[in-house]
Design a binder for this molecule. Structure first.
Ligand SMILES: [Zn+2]
Length: 453
């Protein structure tokens, strides 16, 4: 296990000195052992542990993080006043705008400078959100959780694997971890046959990557009647996976598709399990709340809300009650796998993944995508675009065989589902550009979405 970790760490970051490797390795081992051992804890044990973590994070933030010191002062309280979960839930949310504005004041002053690694993610309205993570340690912990998720599907990190993600190089083989890394940017008709050839030569045991990119590969293989030796599993991350993608991938590759959800801010990590496709939230990773459009806790079965999370591993740059702008569905259901983890039934995309109707109603993208996908088998790629209320533009890259019948089906289905609240125009394109991270975006939403206050 330790060897494995060193391989992955050095391959991914290329910066392992003897001492840092030792420190990071112990971070990995500690996290891995803890999660492995705590995964079948009782609900009481989980609650107790989370509360301890929460209080220690709040105390730390109050003592060492200028932004929070000031926030507590403004509220007229200290962490000692927080005695219940309800007290905690009175603290203001941390929004992406605040993170952007106060990124210096959010840094803990009791960490040495060399521990800070600056990082960024895309904000929903197109800006880059910059913040700090704990150098090396975040990666070690991340690997520990990934290893646990792989094991749920009977896989091991040292199994031969194919990774399909946003990378500059079209392909790269990493011999130590036996991983073929393929870039989602370069999945052209020219490169795809080369991708398949390389995959066949490797005989991987699992795939890991963006669902859109794996689906594109599988569609190409199906079209050309190509097959692979049976995989153990497919792991998706980085984008929402839609039901039609999961069904298609499971049928085509004849294995289970696992999904995970998390971000670089490290406040929440969730994954599907051996038994179900619901998202099991790691309770030792952070405390997760689901908030409705009025800022209240969601407590009704099947109701959706925005994920608000507090990351227990974020001491260096604490995220406390952080509004992720992602939407999930509430359930009290506990999975039959035996873990007492809190569960989301679905994670249904980002706050931005809504279309705005003429009457300013928010319509989730999820069902509409499925509808469009089913309307025509002759689209190679498609993407929705909105910059005016009630007006949707559908970008389509045609396949051979695309005809007026396809246009008619798309328009009819769109109209049946959405009535007169939207108009639809179609624009044909040669290709659809990926995001700067190499992901596929099904909707470019240029309008501001006011999901909650
Ligand atoms: Zn389960």
């Amino acid at each position: 296990m330790q060897k494995l970790w060193e391989y992955l760490f050095n391959e991914d970051t290329g910066r392992g000195t003897a001492l840092t490797t030792l420190i990071y390795r112990s971070s990995f081992q500690k996290t891995y052992n803890f999660v492995k051992h705590s995964q079948y804890w009782s609900l009481e044990q989980i609650k107790k542990y989370q509360w301890q973590q929460l209080i220690s994070l709040l105390n730390h933030a109050y003592e060492h993080v200028p932004y929070y010191k000031k926030l507590f002062k403004t509220q007229g309280i200290t962490p000692d006043n927080i005695k219940t979960l309800h007290d905690f839930q009175q603290l203001p949310f941390l929004t992406k705008e605040i993170v952007q504005k106060y990124s210096n004041e959010l840094k803990a002053i009791n960490y040495p400078t060399y521990n800070f690694e600056e990082t960024s993610t895309g904000g929903s309205t197109g800006y880059l959100l910059r913040f700090s993570i704990e150098k090396g340690v975040w990666f070690a912990k991340h690997l520990a959780y990934m290893t646990i998720l792989l094991e749920r599907a009977g896989c091991h990190a040292m199994d031969k694997s194919v990774q399909i993600i946003g990378r500059e190089k079209p392909w790269e083989y990493r011999p130590l971890s036996r991983t073929l890394v393929l870039s989602s940017y370069h999945m052209t008709d020219q490169n795809l046959p080369i991708y398949v050839k390389k995959i066949k030569r490797l005989q991987p045991q699992y795939f890991i990557g963006y669902p859109s990119a794996i689906t594109m590969l599988a569609t190409y293989m199906q079209h050309h009647s190509m097959e692979l030796k049976k995989l153990k599993a497919i792991f998706c991350f980085g984008e929402n996976i839609y039901d039609w993608q999961r069904e298609f991938l499971e049928k085509f590759f004849k294995c289970r598709v696992h999904d995970q959800y998390g971000h670089r801010e490290q406040c929440i990590l969730a994954g599907t399990c051996e038994k179900s496709n619901s998202y099991h939230i790691f309770p030792d990773y952070g405390l997760v709340e689901l908030i409705d459009r009025n800022g209240q806790q969601v407590t009704k079965e099947d109701e959706s809300g925005e994920i608000v999370a507090t990351g227990f591993h974020t001491g260096i740059f604490p995220f406390i009650r952080y509004k992720t702008e992602d939407i999930a569905t509430y359930t009290t259901h506990r999975c039959e796998c035996g873990r007492n983890y809190p569960v989301f039934k679905t994670i249904g995309g980002r706050v931005q993944d809504f279309m705005v109707s003429k009457t300013k109603r928010l319509v989730p993208l999820m069902g509409v995508l499925q509808l469009i996908a089913k309307s025509s088998p002759n689209m190679k790629e498609y993407q929705l675009y909105q910059d005016h209320e009630g007006e949707i533009i559908l970008h389509i890259v045609k396949k051979e065989g695309y005809s007026d019948d396809d246009v008619r089906h798309i328009r009819e289905n769109f109209k049946t589902r959405l009535g007169n609240e939207f108009s639809l125009s179609i624009i044909y394109m040669d290709s659809i550009p990926l995001t700067s991270r190499g992901k596929y975006q099904f909707l470019i939403q240029k309008l501001p979405i006011h999901y909650s206050l």
